[in-house]
Design a protein around this ligand. Structure first.
Ligand code: MG
Length: 159
């Protein structure tokens, strides 16, 4: 299976509204841990909050789309100024994509997954039939996360 992301950026704040509009993308399903903030951090960095504000002002919806089962995704949605979040998303399964599209009123063709992992975020996009942006993990400290990152290297450094 092709596990290559459509695009790669170092961090979410590099993804510009102009780029997304050019590609016909109007809704981002954004992973939380190590994409919006490091694991266990309570809030996104200022540049991430400013980025979310810029996107929303440009008419691009952000859905915090996380496998986290707690209220953390809702809290991050609030901090980013978006009312949209999906928790316990069970990525890479794509069954909850329908919920994200329903709450935003968007079509799968306008949708792009953003995340730091190949086997959850990029694979989700393949399962859902939408596009994907891979970002670098903000902070790798947990040994299991480092091993997982190493296993993903064949799909991370191809273009
Ligand atoms: Mg992540």
């Amino acid at each position: 299976m092709n596990l290559l992301p459509d695009w790669k950026f170092d961090r979410v704040s590099q993804i510009s509204p102009d780029f997304l509009k050019k590609e016909g993308i109007s809704v981002l399903l954004v992973d939380l841990d190590n994409t919006l903030a490091p694991y266990y951090h309570g809030s996104p960095a200022q540049h991430t909050i400013a980025w979310a504000r810029l996107l929303r002002a440009s008419g691009i919806d952000i859905v915090v789309y996380s496998n986290n089962k707690t209220d953390r995704p809702r809290g991050f949605a609030e901090l980013l100024g978006t009312e949209y979040y999906v928790k316990q998303a069970r990525k890479p399964r794509s069954d909850k994509i329908a919920e994200a599209l329903r709450i935003t009123g968007k079509n799968i063709n306008e949708c792009c997954v953003v995340g730091d992992q190949i086997f959850t975020d990029v694979l989700l996009s393949k399962n859902a039939g939408c596009r994907s942006i891979l970002v670098e993990p903000i902070k790798l400290s947990n040994p299991l996360h480092i091993v997982r990152f190493a296993l993903e290297l064949p799909w991370r450094h191809t273009k």
